[in-house]
Ligand binder design. Structure first.
Ligand code: UT7
Length: 323
């Protein structure tokens, strides 16, 4: 029989420095009232000058080990979803391997922005079910404050730093359901960080090396795409939306979550978010929301949890976890 993939533990870590909305009232023309009402964000964390994505991921793994009282020595693969690697090369996963002293693991970064954690879960499931690996740590980790344009008031208020991690193991009974992945490359120009090329789709791009976003377009794409894909993802898992106990979309903006719930009729009370306390943390937002849900006693064993990442690419991915 094929081994099944089981998500069995979760944890997270954020930098020490909390950045409340009032910080932005000092540096740009904005108000706490605008930020809360337009995004739902109240706070976010920014890393220290010598703190990198690999440090946050390493701290999250150590927290997981401490919270569950388990050693990580037999982990055989590290998958790190990030768009803010410490360096383009070596990968964050290799840095985490070194920092955790896990000398026998594979190590790979996954690059699908805010959809990356959900993509990495789909990859981990495949690696376990194929028998290639037995114990995988899947991270979503970001230090977005490093690539935030603090002169752009529509985006600098959004982003935060943090990392979440889950352990996925081979087991006789799995709990990760059918996964979907998708992309709309034509929308790449609407959300990017400039890299080697000067153009996307023959259009000249801003070369700041910071996040550039056409917020309104991404907002509309996200609501339309996620609202259409949610029932399809539920059906692939033999469920209807009213059988989902918790919906955990990428936390980009509370108004996006409200709009998706409005479109699909899914109850907003059954959503978990990390936007209010952590801001938009890209890859880290879903595991941060899940871990917060566990700490608050909301997420219970047996709950059916739909995760759904979406963002730069534009890319999306999701699955249903039987918690
Ligand atoms: O994580 C990856 C995926 N990303 C997303 O899903 C992001 C999706 N987009 C969004 O979350 C929203 O579009 C934003 C939060 C980025 C922007 O919110 P919005 O409601 O779309 O605002 P807007 O850009 O349409 O701007 C509305 C108004 C403008 O003023 P006027 O032209 O109406 O006079 C802006 O100048 O709000 C103004 N504004 C601000 N005012 C105070 C923009 N930023 C600020 C600010 N403080 N920080």
């Amino acid at each position: 029989m094929l081994p099944q993939a089981r998500l069995s533990a979760i944890s997270s870590a954020v930098p020490e420095k909390a950045i409340p909305n009032s910080y932005f009232e000092q540096i740009i023309e904005t108000t706490d009232e605008w930020i809360v009402s337009r995004t739902g964000i109240k706070n976010r964390y920014h890393c220290a000058p010598d703190e990198y994505t690999s440090d946050l991921c390493t701290a999250a793994a150590r927290n997981l080990s401490a919270e569950y009282g388990i050693a990580l020595d037999d982990v055989d693969m590290l998958l790190v979803s990030t768009v803010t690697p410490d360096h383009p090369m070596p990968s964050v996963a290799c840095q985490v391997q070194k920092k955790l002293g896990l000398h026998h693991t594979g190590a790979l970064d996954v690059y699908a922005a805010c959809a990356g954690f959900s993509y990495a879960i789909a990859l981990a499931k495949g690696l376990i079910m194929s028998g290639t690996h037995k114990k995988i740590l899947v991270f979503g980790g970001e230090t977005l404050s490093r690539i935030t344009d603090f002169n752009d008031r529509t985006s600098c208020i959004l982003f935060g730093d943090g990392a979440g991690v889950v352990l996925i193991e081979a087991a006789s009974e799995g709990n990760i359901g059918a996964c979907i992945t998708g992309a709309y490359g034509e929308g790449g120009i609407d959300l990017y960080i400039s890299g080697l090329a000067d153009h996307i789709d023959h259009q000249e791009i801003n070369r700041s090396g910071k996040i550039v976003q056409n917020g309104r377009k991404v907002f509309k794409w996200a609501v339309t795409t996620v609202s259409a894909e949610m029932p399809r993802l539920a059906a692939l898992n033999g469920l209807t939306l009213d059988q989902i106990d918790w919906f955990v979309p990428h936390s980009a903006n509370m108004r996006i979550i409200d709009a998706i719930c409005h479109e699909t009729g899914f109850p907003i009370e059954k959503t978990l978010e990390s936007i209010a306390n952590y801001g938009n943390t890209s890859s880290a937002s879903i595991p941060l929301a899940l871990h917060q849900g566990v700490r608050e006693g909301k997420l219970k064993k047996g709950d059916k949890v739909m995760i759904f990442g979406f963002g730069g690419g534009l890319a999306y991915a999701g699955t249903v976890i039987n918690w």
